[in-house]
Design a protein around this ligand. Structure first.
Ligand SMILES: C[N+](C)(C)CCCC[C@H](N)C(=O)O
Length: 288
């Protein structure tokens, strides 16, 4: 089993994350605080008060999780494709691409990465939604004091299954959209690369960027549902299940609710996934 794909996925995920984290910080602040007028205002204020470092707060935990998750995603994708087509990453370049295989490999990788991502994502969402100001010494402590404390608390209160709350919605979000992710990437690379050649860096950047955007746009409605299901554990089960969450969100907030965060997610998706795919391809090529 080719292990390079796992290692390349690991490193490229971490590089993409560094680039995307400032967008994520702005997104979370806009979603949880009322002091900002919009994206630009939030960026200016963050920079003035905290310098560039303000945009990189809280990056260490995702740095660890993205490494695991992205190596599973790319490693499984490549290995399923190898199994389906009986050709290696490099050999495939010279052959006509079977888009059904690409989609199946992407979906399989999507399912497996969702289960790896589930506990990390749950902890991230729970911590991001703790909007109360920082605890004063001697004052009341927030419910979760950090990622490790958060994981331990969920485990103590709800058992191991508690750490996988919202995972079905996460699987629904990621399975088809990661199939689409690789389909867009491979399709665009093929489109703009002469037969038998490797795609140029510019092609990889653009194809990776659009793959990220296509995947995030289609994932956003389920992203909203997923986050609500993950928070639901704290509210003693407001929703009876995924369908109930979809219908009650729609009834109360209208169709717009399913597109929350679309703009910033797409703006983040382009650079993150352009760099992820470029470094992935570069590493695989270098290790050949
Ligand atoms: C499937 N979904 C759209 C959720 C993610 C697809 C892109 C994954 C990438 N690591 C990123 O963070 O952008």
């Amino acid at each position: 089993m080719p292990v390079e794909e796992f290692a390349a996925g690991w490193i490229s995920g971490a590089l993409g994350l560094v680039l995307g984290h400032p967008f994520d910080t702005v997104k979370v602040r806009l979603q949880t605080q009322t002091t900002y007028q919009g994206i630009v205002d939030c960026m200016v204020k963050t920079y003035r008060h905290e310098s560039v470092l303000g945009f990189f707060k809280g990056m260490s935990f995702p740095m660890f999780s993205i490494a695991v998750v992205n190596s599973v995603l790319f490693g499984v994708y490549s290995n399923v494709l190898v199994a389906l087509t009986a050709t290696s990453h490099q050999e495939r370049r010279g052959q006509p691409l079977n888009y059904t295989h690409v989609f199946i490999a992407g979906c399989t990788a999507g399912v497996l990465q969702s289960y790896c991502l589930a506990p990390f994502d749950l902890i991230k969402v729970r911590l991001q939604n703790q909007t109360e100001p920082r605890a004063q010494p001697g004052g009341p402590q927030p419910r979760y004091r950090g990622p490790v404390h958060c994981a331990a608390t969920i485990f103590r209160e709800d058992g191991p299954r508690g750490l996988f709350r919202g995972s079905s919605a996460l699987v629904l979000r990621d399975t088809p959209t990661l199939g689409l992710y690789f389909l867009t990437y491979e399709g665009l690379c093929r489109q703009y690369t002469p037969d038998g050649q490797n795609p140029s860096s510019a092609t990889v950047l653009v194809a990776g960027g659009f793959a990220g955007i296509a995947s995030w746009i289609t994932a956003t409605p389920f992203d909203v549902i997923k986050s609500r299901m993950q928070m639901d554990g704290l509210r003693q089960g407001k929703y009876k299940g995924i369908l109930d969450c979809v219908s009650s969100s729609f009834r109360q907030e209208g169709i717009g609710v399913f597109f929350r965060g679309l703009t910033i997610n797409s703006a983040r998706a382009f650079p993150v996934n352009a760099v992820t795919f470029l470094s992935y391809e570069y590493l695989l090529h270098a290790w050949e």
